[in-house]
Every structure is written in structure tokens, then in C-alpha cells.
Design a protein around this ligand. Sequence first.
Ligand code: FAD
Length: 536
Amino acid sequence: QDELLGLYDGKDKVVKLNVNNFNETVLEQNRGSLVEFYNTYCGHCRRFAPVYKKLAEQLHPWQDVVIVSAIDCAAEENNGICRTYEVMSYPTLRYLGPSFQPTATQYGVKLETQNPDELRSLLAGLVSVENQTANNIHWPNVAPVTESDSAGNLFEDLQSVQEQIALIFEPENSTLAIETAMFLLNWPAVEVRRINDATIAAKFKIDSKQHQLALLDRRGAIQIHTPANQTSIAYAQAIESALRALNMTPRPQKQLQQQQQLPSAPIGRNREVSEIISEVHRNKHLIYQADLEQAIRTILHNEVSKQNEIGGEPLVALQRFLTVLERYNPLGTNGRQMVSKLREFVVQFNQKLSGQQFEQELRRLVSKLGQIYSTTNYVGCTGSSPHLRGFTCSLWTLFHYLSVQSAGNEEAQDPLEVLQAMHGYVRNFFGCTDCSNHFQEMAARRKIWSVASKDEAVLWLWAAHNEVNQRLAGDATEDPQFPKIQFPSANSCAQCRRATANASKDSLELNWNKDAVLSFLKNIHNPQFISRYGVP
Ligand code: FAD
């Protein structure tokens, strides 16, 4: 499955974490780790991935002290880790220091920015407050040069290979020297020291008002250098050139992760995908059983199971969601039984339950009841390349399906049953944090709680989805083979659009024949017409 491939691969420098290597790579090393907790299906995570890859590339020389790593919380196998670290939004970036161990209240330091320069500086700041020099020989010396240091011999405690000391004046609230030291971890011949005091800097001939640094050798000779600008990258480059001019060399960088053992796309995947996509293009109106099942599977086995604690509003939301799912469940006999039993299990709790308890009960039911899902692939939601479409597409599909089933159920009295279940789910469990926030804002603006009939609920969801389509048309997450259109297209449902002379191109909503749209939606989501393509 594409989602198992994660957003990072063997070609980038992000250290790939999973349930099998997390503790050994992050907790059992005397270095720090920047960890990104992400979901493959979260659009914002996808857009951030190239930025994070660049950061990992840039901070590769820091790896003896801090690594740049990531774990995919959309992979079910990683549920336990994402639960332990109580990840509430995606992507979440946390720094876990060298002696860090998670507890019920400590999950590491959350970094509240996604700007790479700010991240670099925050990391350097965190490194500078750890006292690790004794446990990790690579840890930079973060102590500022004092008055008495400057009077003595700065080389006194250094090893003989350290032939140079780079002295950097670090203005207040800056991490210039620490960052520079981190970039030079691979240069055994130099130690970088920070100077916070302009008078001390002057003793080493550094003019603190200029971008200057001093290289001091064991004989006491000082060379002044002026880097191109006042960034750690420029400072490190200036020092590297000076060291090379002295015939000094860096030690070779070690490979942190050898050959990446990531699951690769199965042979023949491309052929299979293009066959599936041809099928979907041939039958534009079909709803596929495979997608409905995949949505339910991901919701239960991943999104709900990876929650740490489910209490209060999220517990009520889960109970409502399971009630609606039980009522209009598209799964087979075993799947229907499973959802009923799961709902019975969850409603017993009126205070809270943990994601782990939920997952255990789910697994118990699956092993007791036998096969629940008939496929492990998407069909209508297959993307033309990995990480496009998939879960978010299937989630829309499932909720449209449920809203139509509710509209056809004469016994259902509550017009809001599906919209309320969806809203609660999206607000409390949907691992695409940006999507969830947008959806809640849109729900309030479009007055979701004023929907008065079940038919209106079907149309509310359709119109809301079209608004999202319009916003995302042309976005980096759009699949070129499945451009975002105002749905349904004129080809799919000619009578759904009214041809009015004065209708503007941008106000498509005005052109809709909503009765025709409602019939169309009811028609395509009729259980009799659900396609079992791809289901053995
Ligand atoms: P999707 O838009 O996922 O649609 C799935 C299927 O539904 C389509 O193949 C089509 O057959 C059908 N369909 C399309 N439009 C309609 C309609 N109006 N009515 C009925 N059926 C329709 N991504 C972001 O990047 N930012 C966001 O803010 C964001 N918000 C989201 C909010 C929610 C609640 C959800 C479920 C997803 C959100 N997404 C967001 C994801 C995004 O909407 C798409 O799911 C994703 O880009 C994949 O698009 P897709 O081409 O597979 O089709």
C-alpha cells in the first residue's frame, strides 16, 4: 500500500523511524533527535516534506549530536509510538534530548515552527542547554569564553588533534556560534567557542560590530576572518576554507542508516495502478466497495487506535460515529458484527477509554470474527503516484455514502445524524490537522447545525466538498489524473447544471439544479450500484 511507503525514502537524509527502530535510534543513543510525527495522507505534511528533507540534508553534519528523523503515524504498526507521544496534530515536531524517556506527561519539547532557519536555531539552543560533554565526545563546548579563560590557555583541556580554536562573537539571543560548532563536528582539528562579551572578543582582535571570527592556534597566533554574512552556514564555510588552507581535512561522514529497508512498491504496481485508474476513468460515477472498506479500516485501526486517551467530547464523538456506522455499515456480515460489538464495547465507557484498549478490543474482534475487509487496496481513490489521494478521498466517499443511506432510512428521525458524526470525527480524530481546522471553520460558516432535513444534509456535504475542491484546485496535492472539479461534472450529470445566460463562471453554485444533484448522489451511492471491482 502506498501509504506504507511514507513520505521519506532512501534518497533523502531524514532518518526513517518505525516501531522496530524507534527506541534504539532515538532513546538509546547519547545524542538528541528532532522527530517529525506525520501522516502520509495529511496534505500539509506532504507540502512540508520537501522542506524537511532540505533541513535534514543541511543538518546532516550535526548527526553525532542531533539527528533529523521522522515517523509515519499513518502506518498502523506505529500506532503504539504515536500514542505514547500523544501526538495531537500533524505534523508535530519534537526534540527528544539524549537522556529523554517518555512519561505520562513528558513527550519531548514541541517545536512550534516549520521554518527551517528557526528550527535550526531552536535545535542549537536546545543542544546548548544540555550538559552532555561527558557522555558524547562530539558534543560542542557550549561554555562561553570567560575573562579568566581569555587570560589563560584555551588549549589546556583539548586533545592534541585540536590545533585550532574558532572564536565567534555571539550576540544576545543568537545561536550563531553553537550552530557553527555543529556544522564543524566533522572537523577534529577545530574547536568552536562562543564569546558573549565584546571586551573579551576585542582581546582576540574580534570587532564585535563586524561579522568577524578569530582562528587561534596553539602558538597563540590569531587570524581574523570575515564570513560572507552573519549566518552559521557562512561562518562554518569561512572556517572550513581556512582549515583546508592549512591542509586540514574533515573526517568522513558516517552513514546513519545503511540501505533503507523500506517496503518498496511491489513489482507490477505501475501496471496494476494504471489498470485501476483506467477502470475508474471508464466509470466516473461508480462508488467502490474497496474505498468504503479502506476508509473504515483506517479510521478504526489507525486514527482511533493511535489516540492516547479518549474521554469527554472525543468519546461522545466516537460513540456517535460508531452508531451511524453500525446503522449504515457497508461491510460484509463479519464487518457488521464487528462494528456492532465495537459500539457496544465503547458505549460502556462513560468517562474515558484509551486508544490501546480500543485497539485491543478491535484486534480481539477481528481474530474472533474472521475476515472483515475484502481488500487492502483503494480503487476509486487510487492515486496515480504514491501519496496522492488514498485515505482522505475514501473518507469523503464514506461520509457521502452514509449521508445518502441516512436520507433513505425512513426510521431515522435526526437530519443531523451523519453530519454530526462526521463533524465529531473530523474534529477529534482526523489526522489531517489542517483539513480538520478548515472543515470546522467551514461547518460554522455554512451553518451545519441548521440543516433541517436528511436530503438537505446530503446536499450540505456535497456543497461543502465542492468548496474544498475549489480551494484545492491546482494545489501540490492534486492528482493530475484526477483534477479537482466542481462535482458532478457536466459529462457525468448534464441536468445537474442549469445553463443560465447570466451565470458567472465563478459562481457555479448558482447554476446547480439541486434536485438533480440530489437524485444523482442518491443514485451513485445506492448500495446496489456499489462496484466490487478489485474485491476478490
Ligand atoms: P476528493 O476530493 O477526496 O474526493 C473523493 C471522491 O469524491 C472523488 O473521487 C469524487 O468521486 C467524489 N466527489 C468529489 N467532489 C464531490 C462532491 N462535491 N460531492 C460528492 N462527491 C464528490 N486537503 C487539503 O489539502 N486541505 C484541506 O483543507 C482539506 N480539507 C479536507 C476536509 C475533509 C473533511 C476531508 C475528508 C478531506 C480534506 N482534504 C483537504 C483532502 C482533500 O479534500 C482530498 O481528499 C484530497 O486532496 C484527495 O482528493 P481526491 O482527488 O482524491 O478527491
